[in-house]
Ligand binder design. Structure first.
Ligand code: HEM
Length: 303
């Protein structure tokens, strides 16, 4: 095979979900909202990024269901994990992004493993003989059931916690470097049980958020879990110990649904590796592959 892993992984997603013109290969169904971000003094101590310096930074956010199916029911298992992609509009006109989801730990260590996971799903239709390719793949990759055990359907996009999973490095004015994982924490987490989730109308998350924003803003806290020496920064499937220090980097206030979200989301491309001075990628090679795969998907969905 002479194709790059980023093309292979998008091809594998298209095999599982089909390709739908104008639609993302994954996290196909979503909704775009707007608001602002304000950094904390604790964030300034960790990073010299303009993002954190305390001024008010406009932000565009897309919440999404997992899956490459544009009409996946929001309450179905396949819609988990839900996504939250953030695009910060910096004063100099540049952008920096964070692309997070509701898993507490990622499914697999590498992009090649993710490709093979989708290929195993594609090779395991309902009529496939047991154990299926997927059964075998999951049995030999224990990080997958461990990750899937961390997710549930929220009653609102506003009531879920989202994580960056891949590690990034914050660099401060003195050149001090700290590896972190982002956590975007809501005011409260509210999860439905499986029976309640299955009973929800198919678009309940997409319709609820604009209604909620009409009543008032939605607040999230952007936090960073700080790595200690020896914590793995190149494997998003390995959690860091729960007692690692967590620092509040800033407050996110979402206050506006975007009219014409379906058109707006087509033009948006969120890239986990679109960074700004003071924020760097870690040694996790998945970040670069994600950037390339999102660009492949963007070029396929853009006429
Ligand atoms: C090797 C690992 C991964 C690959 C290859 C991959 C691939 C993709 C692709 C192709 C898309 C569609 C992009 C577009 O058309 O704009 C996408 C979207 C997305 N992915 Fe990933 N992904 C990976 C890991 C992750 C991780 C670790 C997270 C969360 C921490 C994540 C969260 C999301 C979200 C939230 C979206 C929707 C972005 C939006 O709203 O535009 N992905 N992914």
């Amino acid at each position: 095979q002479d194709q790059t892993v980023e093309t292979q992984v998008v091809d594998a997603m298209n095999q599982v979900f089909g390709s739908h013109p104008g639609i993302r290969a994954f996290h196909a169904k979503g909704i775009v909202v707007e608001g602002s971000f304000k950094g904390t003094p604790d964030a300034v101590a960790l990073s010299r990024a303009v993002l954190f310096d305390g001024r008010t930074i406009p932000v565009t956010v897309r919440f999404s269901d997992s899956s490459g199916l544009p009409s996946i029911p929001d309450g179905s298992d396949g819609a988990n994990p839900h996504g939250m992609a953030l695009k910060f509009h910096l004063p100099d006109g540049s952008e920096t992004d964070m692309v997070t989801n509701s898993l507490k730990v990622f499914l697999v260590p590498t992009a090649a493993d993710l490709r093979d996971f989708f290929l195993a799903i594609a090779a395991s239709p309902p009529e496939a003989a047991k154990p299926t390719k997927l059964d075998q793949f999951v049995a030999s990759h224990p990080t997958i059931p461990a990750a899937l055990a961390t997710i549930a359907t929220p009653d609102s996009f506003a009531h879920e916690e989202y994580r960056g999973l891949n590690a990034f490095v914050l660099v401060n004015k003195a050149g001090g470097r700290q590896a972190v994982r982002y956590v975007v924490t809501p005011e409260q987490v509210v999860h439905l049980n499986a029976a309640e989730a299955a009973k929800q109308p198919p678009d309940f998350l997409m319709t609820e958020l604009p209604e909620r924003l009409n009543r008032g803003p939605v607040i999230f806290h952007l936090k960073a879990q700080l790595a200690a020496a020896g914590d793995p920064t190149n494997d998003p499937a390995r959690p860091w110990p729960d007692d690692r220090r967590v620092v509040e980097l800033g407050i996110l206030t979402l206050d506006k649904a975007v009219p014409g979200s379906t058109e707006a989301e087509k033009k948006l491309l969120f890239l986990p590796g679109q960074l700004t001075d003071g924020i760097e990628a870690s040694d996790d090679p998945m970040i670069d592959v994600r950037d390339s795969a999102y660009a492949v998907s963007f070029s396929r969905r853009t006429p």
